[in-house]
Design a protein around this ligand. Sequence first.
Ligand code: MF3
Ligand code: CO
Ligand code: CO
Length: 295
Amino acid sequence: MKKKFFNGGRNAPCPCGSGLKYKKCCMGKREPDPEKLQAEYAKKYRIRIKQAADIKGIKRAGRLAIKTLDMVEPEIRPGLITDEINTLVHEFTLKHGATPAPLNYRGFPKSVCVSVNEVICHGIPGERVLNDGDIVNVDVTTILNGYYADVNKTFFVGTPGPDAKKIVRVAQKSLFKGIAMVKPGNTIGDIGWAIQKYAEKNGCSVVREFVGHGVGFEFHEPPQVPHYGIRGEGIPLIPGMVFTIEPMINLGKKELVILGDKWTAVTKDKSLSAQFEQTLLVTDHGFESLTPYDL
Ligand code: MF3
Ligand code: CO
Ligand code: CO
């Protein structure tokens, strides 16, 4: 039997990006020329599809980014100040011949984002002291040989209480649910839909103001990847797309406030917020994480 180029089902959005159902469009027709599809994605969505050599490069950057998180994790303990995490990440990155993407990015003053408790994201490392029972997100973006990989995890400081345990578990599983939707023919909307459904079912809320994003050639490329949404809506995924999924999940309400430093995003109700992020590649039949860790 001829290998089907698409297995998203007859009623799924056509992978050619027409917006029609597959059965009303390319089903039964000749396999679409990948080069044509890629040109169409560039023109229509400004999405730059990655080739084999690019994927190798992003994967190398990703391995270093993961190693950076692995290096930081055992250093996290009560009494540490967040600027010490910045120093660890900065020096480790340079030592491995890479550059920390956050430093001077749109005026960001440090080499890593460190977000404690009610801080949703973009926390600036400084004099804040980590206390027993806190949660802390460390978001590392590494540039190696011109390729970007973006990854983060939320860690416990000392012994977590029940709220900390819950929000970290729900955020981590939210990323898992989003990643599970990544395959050709599924859409960007399917990813957000799966995350929102899971997080809200567990009594948590999804941050709307920050989204996942294309990544690889630059820090932030199209498309945007919201962590909420409607099943079947949005751009159909095609092989060679590389983007992050990075749900920010709040224990309380979804609203946020940006502090006077213009970066730090905190929950308006001061509830705990946790996040996990990986950089994903759409493959012919599913996905591959370019910054893999167990979920
Ligand atoms: N790493 C963040 C992301 O996942 C972006 C941080 S932007 C910075 O997209 F300037 F704060 F570093
Ligand atoms: Co990101
Ligand atoms: Co990030």
